[in-house]
Design a protein around this ligand. Structure first.
Ligand code: SAM
Length: 192
């Protein structure tokens, strides 16, 4: 009943690290067609399926259209790097704060491995700007990247604002693909 097999990657990550607790606010970057958001809605109880537990919030963002989903707010035709998107996030998130930022974003692959790698790293770096706007101190970020020469630089940038950063390769991710995820936890803002 998931919209896409990618759901199993997030389920695997969350089963291990328990990032998505009932009541949490989550931003899902690159959310179309909506499978990660389906997982997030279940886990943070944003649909109110369990009335006894706190209700969370899920906001999904994509350049493409994201079909409606109970328990989620979707910003279709929105770019995660656009300040207009950041402003809308501030309004949709309770108190303007997210506990978790998820990103399964990917650029349209050109087929040139290095070029695609660099594009995706640039997109991941933009999530650090989003974190500065909306991520709660102590919050977490999960972001997909394609391994390559700049992965180390991305990891360093993440480590400058998160207390703990690690690389994940879920079993549900094809062995032969360069796909990896960074899990960054214990967010603290950069010193001014
Ligand atoms: N996690 C999704 C799911 O489970 O249904 C699948 C995500 S798909 C692999 C990657 C998505 O990232 C695409 O839908 C693409 O449109 C989106 N994307 C790429 N660049 C983006 C950007 N700058 N802003 C928002 N979304 C973007």
């Amino acid at each position: 009943h998931f919209r896409c097999r990618s759901a199993f990657k997030l389920l695997e990550i969350d089963d291990k690290f328990r990032l998505l607790q009932p009541g949490c606010s989550v931003v899902d970057c690159g959310a179309a067609p909506g499978a990660w958001s389906q997982v997030a809605v279940q886990r943070v109880n944003s649909g109110g399926t369990d009335p006894a537990l706190p209700h969370g919030t899920v906001v999904g963002i994509d350049l493409l259209n994201i079909p409606l989903l109970d328990g989620a707010h979707f910003l279709s035709s929105h770019d995660v790097t656009d300040p207009v998107t950041h402003a809308k996030l501030l309004e949709l998130l309770p108190g303007g704060r997210a506990h978790v930022i998820l990103s399964d974003m990917a650029p349209n692959a050109s087929g040139f491995r290095e070029m695609d790698h660099e594009k995706l790293v640039t997109m991941c770096l933009s999530l650090i700007d989003m974190a500065e706007r909306v991520l709660q101190p102590g919050g977490s970020l999960v972001c997909k990247y394609w391994d390559g020469i700049l992965a180390h630089k991305l990891q360093e940038k993440l480590s400058s604002v998160f207390g703990k950063v690690q690389t994940l390769k879920p079993n549900a991710s094809r062995k032969e693909s360069a796909e990896r995820y960074f899990l960054a936890r214990m967010y603290r803002k950069a010193a001014e």
